[in-house]
Design a protein. Sequence first.
Length: 366
Amino acid sequence: MIVFCILISAIYACMIAAIFILSIKPSPVKTRVKFEHKRFSVVVAARNESHNIGPCLKALLAQQYPADHFEIIVVDDHSTDDTYKQLRETKGISALSLEEGQGKKAALALGISAAKYEYIATTDADCVVGERWLAKLNESFNQSGATLITGPVKISPCDRMLSAFEAMDVAITMVVTAFGIQRKLYYLANGANLAFAKKVYEATGGYQNHIHHASGDDVFFYAEAALQGNRIGFAGDAEAIVTTRPQQGWKQLLQQRKRWATKTRAYAGLNIWMVQGMVVLVNISLLMMLILGFFNPSAWFGGAVILISKGVIDFIALWLATDWQNNRRAMKFFLQGQIVYLFIILFSAWHAFVGGGYNWKGREVR
């Protein structure tokens, strides 16, 4: 049993170390001879975002990018607050209302169908982009020769236990995302920071092949595009980071994790399953050793091996990840976050296998 714990800890440590070392090492890029300002249609789906839509639109309208090279389209998804009213009163954007269907994918599909430019950029209605966001996405397209780009997302503010946990979790997820894309091992993405050629969206059928999944407008579309031979890039520049607010409470966080878990079973490819499986396995092993210790004290030694080795590698990884996002203040909650993460990852793994519904922005999803 002790040998098993040491083995699991060693594999986990090696996996995390490899992800960081290989994601830091730059992957070859294809540089275009001619730099060009691509034209973007920024599409945002919004539902019950009365308190967030104002800052989101203000940031989008303040882009340091040629004004005649981008448009902003926001689609209201049957909001029950005054989100759509705010959209109609905002100058400089196109406000649409979803009439047929419901959900984020339907809203995005409507916005993309109305887009007049050849490149689509998406973010979420509760996010704030930097003033050079479009410029950095454009730079990534030109430097990489990719037809799809995803970029980093960070949580702010992170001055409480809940928000700090989210900030650390999202920061490490962004590193894992960058690693997979750079090494062409798997393709994760975050819908809060995406950009892609409209022709790729049309060639893959958009969201139709996975419309039965309420979430996954990002990862399923990108994975399918990659299977068809499209090149995917990662915009790792700090100015490409999109900021989103933390969940309001633990109940909302658990609903979010249930929503994310529902799409996990549909992930394609052995590599991403290996990464996620190892994370779940090391946490299950730790919990098992701690419980077995009440019946066989020697098991506590195995638990200590996992706890210490996991704690050290996690601290180093999170220190580097939060530093990259200029979000290191979240690390003051590292110890509490380790305890919370143990139960959150097991909660997510359970719902990934058993499924179930969740509540999303006042809507029950089954």
